[in-house]
Design a binder for this molecule. Structure first.
Ligand code: DLL
Length: 415
């Protein structure tokens, strides 16, 4: 396997070397040709690539193919400034479809399935990435895109959707809307969910599985690498299988490689991509890698569920806080809905964290004393996990804005 990876890595190095940006940076570490990389130690001398590097070469500066060979562009929105633009050749699109199809098949999806794709279509890779993968597999695709929830449910029933693909937060919103729609769960044929594009916890998986009566699979990806399908769970659900066309590494915060089994930032090198190959791309996603044979028969790298992004980490009074820790606490206690918002503010010189969380319909009509007790228990649980004091604000059911794509969990008023 190592020889095969090194061969793929050399192929990608060869591919990017003519690009002035890479040429300069590789030369600075003494790598002038792919042949200079014979071992993993050689490979790790190559500089890491960060999102800023892509931005600095906006829009097409890091493409490794002439524009006439590029057949599609996608872009990630990004919160500030220009998006990061990625390009695909025919070969890249076909490879992407093959990868996604293989993963869907592993999860038990077949030609007989009807897949409702409620990820956004457009520059975001979610919709089209899943779409081509499903078609490659031969499944029937319903390219509905995100939003228009009532219509989603109607078509889900009328067209006999068996697989739902969307963000976990939208799946939860669909589940909630189903309960109010008058459509009975028994009228639906839904059995599998393909959820990703944002961090979610095991507690959230449980909620979605119970409410929709399905098995929920985690799918991971990012536009800079390809889009959805860089990794996905199999029925064993012992981590997400990283597709063999990608070489993963785990880095510490300074960018130094960590050993297998350590938690850190995932970096990825593409081994087969033509238009937009990436070398040691820092994903900013925190996870742990393992190598081995899964009970499903797949041999290779698996990554644990991405619990958070480096970017999402809030520093509150010097303590690192991730929204997923709060989600875990909320879902470990009864009486709350998995809809929450972290509001951070600075009062005087002190940072304050307020957690707004919805109580569920049944607890909402409870006595004030009951609610106060619930609030106190949640406060204690979150403070135990985070190690800082927080304010809890219980809010009415359905008062926190629902998401049709990636959920917004944090409002940081300090910025
Ligand atoms: O979100 C691609 C995608 C679409 C993946 C549909 C899965 C399903 P971007 O918009 O470029 O691409 O955002 C990539 O989203 O770096 C992670 O931080 C986060 N992310 C994606 N999948 C997961 C997941 C798509 N399963 C960024 N769990 C990544 C946690 C995820 N975070």
């Amino acid at each position: 396997m190592e020889q095969q990876w090194l061969k793929g890595l050399r192929k990608t190095i060869e591919r990017v070397l003519p690009i002035p940006y890479y040429h300069e940076r590789f030369r600075a570490v003494g790598i002038n040709s792919a042949e200079n990389v014979q071992t993993f130690q050689d490979f790790q001398r190559l500089p890491l690539t960060a999102k800023e590097d892509l931005r600095n070469n906006y829009p097409f500066g890091l493409f490794a193919e002439p524009m006439e060979n590029i057949v599609r562009l996608h872009a990630s929105s990004g919160t500030t400034g220009k998006p990061t633009v990625v390009g695909y050749t025919h070969h890249d699109i076909a490879l992407w479809a093959k990868i996604v199809a293989k993963e869907l098949k592993r999860a038990g999806i077949t030609q007989k399935d009807v897949v409702q794709i409620a990820y956004g279509y457009g520059l975001f890779t979610g919709g089209m990435g899943l779409h081509y993968g499903c078609e490659e597999l031969g499944a029937l695709v319903l390219p509905i895109s995100g939003g228009n929830t009532a219509r989603q449910l109607m078509l889900m029933r009328d067209f006999g959707t068996t697989v739902l693909a969307c963000t976990p937060s939208y799946a939860l919103y669909l589940a909630e809307s189903l309960e109010e729609s008058g459509i009975e769960r028994s009228e639906l044929k839904l059995k599998i969910g393909i959820f990703g594009a944002e961090p979610w916890t095991e507690g959230m998986r449980e909620q979605i599985e119970i409410r929709l009566g399905i098995k929920a699979y985690d799918i991971y990806g990012l536009s800079e690498i390809m889009g959805p399908g860089v990794a996905m769970e199999c029925p064993a659900q012992q981590g997400l299988h990283i597709d063999q066309h990608f070489y993963p590494e785990i880095l510490d915060m300074q960018g130094n490689p960590l050993a297998e089994g350590c938690r850190g930032e995932l970096a990825i090198t593409s081994l087969e991509k033509e238009a937009f190959p990436v070398i040691r791309y820092r994903t900013k996603d925190l996870t742990t890698l393992h190598y081995g044979t899964c009970s499903c028969g797949t041999v290779g790298w698996t990554m644990e569920r991405v619990s958070a992004r480096v970017d999402d980490m809030l520093i509150i009074r010097g303590v690192n806080v991730f929204p997923s820790q709060v989600e875990e606490a909320i879902l470990s206690l009864g009486g709350f809905e998995p809809h929450y918002l972290l509001v951070v503010d600075r009062v005087g010189s002190l940072d304050q964290l307020e957690v707004q969380v919805e109580v569920n319909e049944t607890s909402f009509i409870d006595e004030v004393r009951e609610l106060e007790g619930r609030q106190e228990r949640l406060k204690q649980r979150i403070e135990e996990i985070l190690g800082i004091s927080v304010r809890i604000r219980l809010v009415e059911p359905k008062s926190i804005p629902r998401s049709e794509g990636k959920a917004v969990r944090v409002i940081d008023k300090r910025k």
